[in-house]
Design a protein around this ligand. Structure first.
Ligand code: ANZ
Length: 940
């Protein structure tokens, strides 16, 4: 019987689905193991062979753990809110829910065809109301919390209100807005309801604030930093301005230190930890307060180098700093305003990246040096970022490169406070070399001591203190989009109110158009039924808004990361309609044991999820404050893109061999139009895109047209994707799974080459053949006894494969299987026990063929939970030894003897051998030296 993989794979996929083979039980006596994949965004293009790489690896591990007796949770779902479906809706009017459902269908078919052991009974979709009900619920929990620095955790907002009622806010140690004013208990009681809510908003873990955003009027939306290129929108090239908008923010900054500390407790890749560490950006230093001359104002700066305070020769404020308007003198007003306007066009990212352009303006105002009392000119400059530290710096041209460049550019004094260092040459801020001068209390101190002393002196003056600063900003949580979670929020007197849990979910309303409204409101502004009736407790028509019982609902939606910040927990109890998950269930599953996904999520999803988890931990909702013990970033699969070279005239395409000195532009050609010799199918290319229909082609002498090839990320936009469907059809999913693993170490990036799959496919055919006696029924009991070699091959394989899986070294397992099958085939092994054990080893990698052969070996149940074979050292040990037998040190012949023999027995056996007698020719040996396991030497 042939290895008919298409039939076998379809058969077992059906069996698994019908028997719910991979269903994980929430009530189990078994130990749990939770293997998680980053769930996909179901795009219209479907999966390419790069996508399943991580899924195959995690599936192998999940299957291995089932063989080891664990109750394995291995769920899958869809991150199904997002921009592409919305953009498609804008273009075509098609509701994003419809596109999303269609794309999910394709994804599901493609995932099923690869034989993953997902527990589909737990599927979640972030865009389904049953799911986002709980995203909304978490938002409400966060809103109803504040961060108490004394207990170092999130607490219920009621505990804060109780403090306000009892003693006001003077002693509250919270992470909160900067502009808090002190009030007493009496003040609090006297405040109006709206005033109280305004104050509480400054403490809540999610709050409304005027946030600077990149606003693109033409697109009617806020853009992320990376959606802006050279000051204009990446899409469409429209102007972008910075604008203040009232938006929801998440107070993730409250967790900065815990997010850093937590990294030490989890087994995540070091580069990923490093990027989170940098993103959080802890710096230790001091805040120093400078009085502004002639004003009742102070400027607070954050500095990592308070020891350099005697080198301050000017101060620089971010152009957005709130004091700029107040302190700028009439004389400099025009210049300052012109500068502010010019700089508003530059994104923060541009400002950070650009170290060459020096620009700024003098305000005309002066500050007073805390120690020398000298006047210090106050400038503004956009190298100072509004959102970092206090948005103001004390400028030390001899210690900081940017300050130095600024001083040089504007001809400001550059005092040198470092002894013996020529600051125009010396590397800046070379901390260890610093020698302090010009100050009584700092002179001669080494850098670290000087920092401490400067802080001490500032504190004594009441003009500063030690401070730890984090680069991590609070996360803006509002999006001006349609296809996202609606907020469970309505507004009374402009103050946000939460809708009670029992009325959730608040479902997305229908809209006519998915674009922002003409007045610049987000797309939900187009909805006609989008108001909250506080009596009927339901969403009603906007026309009913009376601001007494019916109020407007929030028009923004939540960002992409909302739904993905809790899905790993929701999988534990996804069909629970009363709670996000039951205590008992989360008590059992606890956390993710293994998480596999891409490294591009380092400072997005993986940081936000850790933040939400810590919040949930503080609230006693989850038992662990890190959600994933171990994480692996799978490497990227790269594709070999094909390039056609277009001559400058735009019409002529030149074959690769002829472009040498010509001016050409490489353009992507779809890889399906190129054969294995890099020759282009010219007709196909012309038909592929209308714009190339009348292109002309300059070919090589032999009439072929050659393309250039380059390895790039596999991506639809680079036309180098390989679709797994065709491969499954031609070679089967098991071949594809093995091949993806065989390509190389999981974490490395590696190029795809479809031709190589014949290797793993050939292996599976050989494997199939090894089981032929069982497949055709000629052998059903196996050999009476397994041969020593077969057992040795088997146990060697068990050892290696187990080590490999545990080290996530899946590529080396595949070659181990190949060796094992070669050896067993050569041995003509038909022993049932050996072949049973072997197929269990193979099953995590190539599960369909494993199930089929398992059944051919006479089993009626799935192989999925068959115990993983136990490695036994004894089978690797040699039981006998080929002894070299020497006479007076010269080896004459060898003898195979059992290793169990004693010295005397060995000697007796050697002496009894007739070859020995031949050598001795009747002589009595003087001595027989026996080293068991090594040699025998006969002297005499
Ligand atoms: C005086 C000084 C002297 C500084 C010196 C450095 C060297 P990190 O490590 O990134 O925290 N700074 C503070 N706030 C800033 C802002 N909003 N935009 C741009 N720069 C800002 O760096 C902190 C240092 O960066 C601070 O210490 C400040 O310059 C500057 F020899 O103060 B320093």
């Amino acid at each position: 019987m042939q290895y008919n993989f298409n039939e076998i794979e379809a058969k077992w996929q059906k069996y698994w689905a019908e028997n719910q083979t991979f269903r994980a039980e929430n009530n189990s006596d078994k130990k749990k193991f939770y293997v998680l994949d980053m769930f996909p965004y179901p795009s219209g293009a479907g999966l390419h062979v790069g996508h399943p790489l991580g899924y195959i690896a995690s599936d192998i591990y999940a299957r291995y753990k089932r063989h080891q007796g664990f109750n394995v949770l291995h769920p899958q779902g869809y991150d199904s809110f997002g921009l592409p479906a919305e953009q498609y809706a804008i273009q075509t009017g098609q509701h994003p829910a419809i596109t999303t459902a269609a794309n999910i269908k394709t994804y599901r078919r493609q995932l099923d065809q690869l034989g993953f052991s997902f527990d589909w009974s737990r599927e979640v979709r972030t865009s389904s109301p049953e799911y986002y009900k709980w995203t909304q619920w978490i938002f409400i929990q966060i809103f109803n919390s504040w961060y108490n620095k004394d207990t170092d955790k999130a607490e219920d907002i009621d505990t804060l209100i109780a403090i306000f009622e009892a003693e006001g806010n003077a002693n509250v140690n919270a992470v909160c807005d900067d502009d808090i004013t002190v009030f007493s208990a009496e003040d609090w009681t006297a405040f109006s309801e709206v005033e109280k809510q305004e104050i509480l908003l400054k403490y809540r873990l999610t709050y409304l604030a005027d946030t600077e955003v990149n606003w693109c009027p033409a697109l009617g939306t806020v853009l992320a930093n990376d959606e802006i290129v050279n000051g204009v929108s990446e899409r469409g090239g429209h102007p972008v301005v910075r604008k203040k908008m009232t938006q929801w923010s998440m107070r993730i900054s409250a967790y900065a230190q815990r997010l850093l500390d937590g990294l030490d407790t989890i087994d995540w890749p070091q580069p990923l930890k490093d990027s989170q560490t940098n993103w959080i950006g802890r710096s230790e230093g001091a805040s120093a307060i400078f009085n502004v001359n002639g004003h009742d104002e102070t400027i607070e700066v954050f500095t990592t180098r308070p020891d350099t305070i005697f080198g301050v020769s000017f101060m620089t404020l971010a152009p957005e700093h709130e004091l700029v308007g107040k302190i700028t003198t009439a004389e400099y007003k025009d210049e300052v305003e012109a500068y502010i306007e010019a700089t508003a066009k530059r994104s923060e990212r541009d400002r950070m990246a650009d170290v060459k352009t020096i620009s700024g303006a003098f305000t005309g105002a002066y500050a007073e040096h805390p120690f020398t009392k000298e006047p210090i000119p106050i400038w503004i400059g956009d190298y100072v970022l509004a959102g970092y530290g206090t948005g103001a710096v004390m400028s030390v041209p001899c210690g900081d490169q940017r300050d130095y460049d600024f001083a040089k550019h504007f001809n400001l004094p550059i005092p040198n406070i470092f002894e013996g260092i020529d600051i125009s040459e010396e590397a800046f801020a070379d901390k260890d070399k610093t020698i302090i001068a010009n100050s009584d209390f700092l002179n001669g101190l080494p850098y670290k001591k000087a920092v401490k002393r400067a802080i001490f002196e500032l504190e004594k003056l009441g003009q500063g203190k030690g401070k730890v600063n984090y680069r991590l900003r609070d996360a803006v949580f509002s999006r001006q989009r349609y296809w996202g979670e609606p907020f469970p929020v309505y507004y009374v007197d402009g103050m946000p109110q939460m809708i009670a849990k029992e009325h959730l979910p608040i479902e997305l309303p229908e809209v006519e158009k998915y674009l922002p409204t003409e007045t610049g409101e987000p797309p939900l502004g187009n909805a006609e039924v989008w108001a909250w009736d506080t009596v009927a407790n339901r969403v009603v028509a906007n026309s009913k808004i009376d601001h007494t019982t019916v109020f407007p609902l929030e028009l923004n939606t939540m960002p992409g990361w909302a739904g993905s910040s809790q899905y790993f927990n929701r999988y534990m109890d996804p069909n629970n309609n009363d709670e996000i998950f039951s205590k008992k269930t989360i008590g059992y599953w606890e956390d993710v044991d293994l998480y596999i996904g891409g490294s591009e999520h380092a400072t997005g999803h993986l940081l936000y999820s850790r933040f939400w988890q810590k919040f949930m931990f503080d609230k006693g909702l989850v038992p662990k404050d890190e959600f994933a013990k171990k994480l692996i970033n799978q490497g990227m699969i790269t594709g070999t893109s094909a390039f056609v070279y277009r001559a400058e005239n735009g019409k002529t395409m030149i074959s690769k061999g002829l472009i040498a000195d010509k001016n050409v532009v490489p353009i992507h050609a779809d890889v399906s139009l190129v054969n294995a010799s890099d020759e282009l199918d010219i007709d196909g290319f012309k038909k592929w895109r209308e714009e190339y229909a009348d292109a002309e082609f300059i070919t090589e002498d032999d009439g072929t047209f050659k393309v250039g090839r380059e390895v790039e990320k596999m991506s639809k936009s680079k036309f180098n994707v390989v679709n797994p469907d065709a491969i499954c059809e031609e070679y089967g999913a098991d071949s594809l799974r093995l091949y993806e693993m065989f390509l190389g170490p999981l974490e490395q990036s590696k190029p795809w080459n479809t031709a190589g799959i014949t290797g793993t496919h050939g292996f599976l055919k050989k494997l199939w053949k090894l089981y032929a006696p069982f497949i055709d029924g000629s052998q059903d009991n196996g050999q009476e006894e397994s041969s020593k070699e077969a057992l040795k091959t088997l146990h060697k394989t068990i050892k290696k494969v187990q080590e490999d899986i545990e080290n996530f070294s899946f590529n080396t397992s595949v070659s181990t299987f190949m060796i094992a099958v070669n050896e067993l085939s050569a041995q003509k092994c038909a022993n049932k026990e050996v072949l049973e054990a072997l197929i269990i080893l193979v099953s995590p990698y190539a599960p369909h063929i494993a199930e089929e052969l398992w059944s051919k070996l006479g089993h009626t149940e799935s192989i999925a939970t068959a115990p993983f074979p136990k490695f036994e050292e004894k089978y690797l040990k040699e039981s006998s030894k080929e002894y070299p037998i020497s006479f007076n040190g010269k080896m004459k012949f060898t003898m195979e003897l059992s290793l169990d023999l004693s010295k005397d027995e060995i000697e007796a056996a050697v002496m009894a051998n007739e070859k020995t007698q031949q050598q001795l020719q009747g002589r009595e040996p003087k001595k027989v030296i026996v080293v068991p396991g090594k040699i025998v030497n006969i002297v005499g």
